[in-house]
Design a protein around this ligand. Structure first.
Ligand code: ADP
Ligand code: ADP
Length: 228
């Protein structure tokens, strides 16, 4: 499970400059992501990568076309599809731990899965910072909290928008290996936007290269998975 089927998706934004032409971010884009694959999306800035990820998350709706998860049309966000944001998007009035546990509480699963929260706090290296508020820790730590928040609900699909972008090189390398470990353990479908081609090749078994706006799939590169 965890197949994503993107069918002829069009997303057009109104131009913030009222005299400007509408912005066609995605024009009839189609892509199938096989269950359990780790797919990276790369392409020039502004080509529509985040837009595509937000549509898969159900945070935005296409003007035309449809997206399916295991045959079910995506119409709104769901915990089946965890999303780790580039800008972390934590609630500033909640502690790191409360942020990570937020989805579980909303689903009334917190009591049952309390230990999972601690497991993921450890996994992303935030032990000792549970009671801090987002503004009290670094940007990289907020990104790691965002990752833990997406993972703790055991989603079928994990959507990652430059999840490691704000990390220093050392933490980044560790987190790359953690991501691989999590992926191999949970067998979830991963779709990651990154600007780092080496990272895309190291982590994913398929690299989807997008062309400049309106985004088309330029090519799909299968990576030989003979990882060390
Ligand atoms: P990428 O993630 O590849 O950098 P985005 O998906 O963020 O690209 O953006 C694709 C295009 O759509 C850009 O030209 C961007 O300015 C535009 N865009 C994205 N979101 C909006 C929005 N809410 N309103 C207007 N334009 C938008
Ligand atoms: P990141 O790589 O996540 O951006 P930094 O490089 O800013 O993190 O921080 C490196 C280390 O410094 C952290 O792992 C943490 O141990 C410590 N640190 C960062 N922010 C704080 C803080 N607000 N209070 C105490 N220690 C901190």
């Amino acid at each position: 499970v965890g197949e994503i089927d993107i069918k002829d998706v069009v997303r057009i934004f109104e131009n913030p400059d009222s005299k400007g032409e509408d912005i066609v971010a995605l024009n009839k884009l189609s892509l199938i992501v096989q269950p359990g694959k780790f797919v990276s999306l790369i392409g020039p800035s502004g080509c529509g990568k985040s837009t595509l990820l937000r549509l898969i998350a159900g945070l935005d709706i296409p003007n035309e076309g449809e997206i399916f998860l295991d045959g079910n049309k995506i119409v709104k966000p769901s915990y089946e599809r965890g999303f780790a944001f580039q800008a972390a998007n934590l609630f500033p009035w909640l502690t790191i731990r409360e942020n990570i546990a937020f989805g579980l509480r909303a689903r009334h699963e917190y009591k049952k899965k309390k230990d999972d929260v601690d497991e993921y706090i450890n996994l992303v290296g935030l032990k000792g910072f549970e009671k801090a508020y987002p503004h009290q820790v670094s940007g990289g730590m907020c990104q790691r909290a965002s990752l833990a928040r997406a993972l703790v609900g055991h989603p079928k699909v994990l959507l990652l928008d430059e999840p490691l972008g704000a990390l220093d090189a050392f933490t980044r390398m560790n987190m790359q290996d953690e991501l691989l470990r999590i992926w191999e353990e949970h067998k979830m479908t991963m779709i990651m936007v990154t600007h780092d081609v080496d990272e895309a090749i190291y982590l994913s078994d398929q690299v989807v290269v997008m062309s400049p706006r309106p985004a088309k799939i330029e090519k799909i590169i299968d990576i030989d998975l003979s990882r060390p």
